[in-house]
Ligand binder design. Sequence first.
Ligand code: PA5
Ligand code: NI
Length: 196
Amino acid sequence: MINLAQYAKLAGTYDITTGEMKGAALVRRHLSDLRGSFVDAQAFESALRQSDPLIYSVSSIEPGKGQGDLHYGLGVLMPGKVGAEYYLTKGHLHAWREAAEVYIGLRGTGCILLEEPSTGQSQIVPLGKGSIVYVPGHTAHRSINTGLEPLVYIGVYPASAGHDYGSIAKQNFRKVLIERDGHPLLLDRTEVAGKV
Ligand code: PA5
Ligand code: NI
């Protein structure tokens, strides 16, 4: 039998404009937190010399920690680019690799870059207002804002998923989403490195 009183939070609210979720633990990632994430290291360093803007924030709610519990986070990813590459999240695998996740797009235009690390198989899936994305287990995932307003979404995942940033950071995602002639273009990192 479940004791509802053991749950820290059963209801909440979110603000679609600011991304604020009352009572949530807030993590803010600035440009300086994303060293190594963008393909153009020179463009990154020169942008950072100008300023260190907020790139994204995640507000997380962890109502319970039992087997079968779910956690969720509200992500707000700003619009912008480093060189030709759109603003992005660090990206991660779940520490418990089997754990899947559902992303619900609330505002803006962008996508999720998916990669299965052992095969390198990649896919870009639209994420924005009106779209839902299923991220299977064993899949590295990174959000990318290709629009002109903040990309706001909620991710729901098993309480025991955990975030493993190290594994994907080692070699980074194999694909890079850049803007070319005003449109997003997905290229191999090796193809782009040193050329954007
Ligand atoms: O749990 C998720 O996958 C998301 O809420 C992410 O944490 C969010 O998109 C931020 O990305 P990252 O955790 O890779 O910095
Ligand atoms: Ni995740």
